[in-house]
Design a protein. Sequence first.
Length: 187
Amino acid sequence: MKRQLILASKSPRRKQLLEQAGIEFTIQTKSVEETYPDDLPVREVPAYLSKKKATECADFIIDNEILLAADSVVILNDTIYGKPKDAEDAFQIIKALSGNIHEVITGVTLLSKDKELTFSDVAFVHFMELTDAEIRYYVDTFKPFDKAGAYAIQEWIGLTKIAKIDGSYYNIMGLPIHRVYEALQEF
């Protein structure tokens, strides 16, 4: 019997990546507070949050389903840059990333009635310098308020101001689909 995948996320990018990979799924979500212990090492936060989301959504698993939950964070100098509060916060986040290399880590949890797997994937993003005018253009035009690190790699900023990435492009989009696909084959 083929197992049904449940995506516990409203993210259109995660939905798009699963569809492009030919993975069938349904979407069921709950509002889960994205909080974590203050003393948790920053690189462990994405896995912690994905597991927290999966645990909170475990009641979606009725029979033979597999639940997928994920969370991505942007890290620069051991500081997590989450979703911006407003346009000024987005400006300040992108200004901090400008001219630097930051990490994007996505934690993924697969959960069934009898099994759990949590893993993380990391990519390093090399941002070119951005002028204040370029940052304002991006924030005003693309309104990246629902994006960790205040940007989406598939938008203008990724096309014009990311010089290089080390790691999976799709991890930066929000789901290391190559790892998810392989994990689902063995789950």
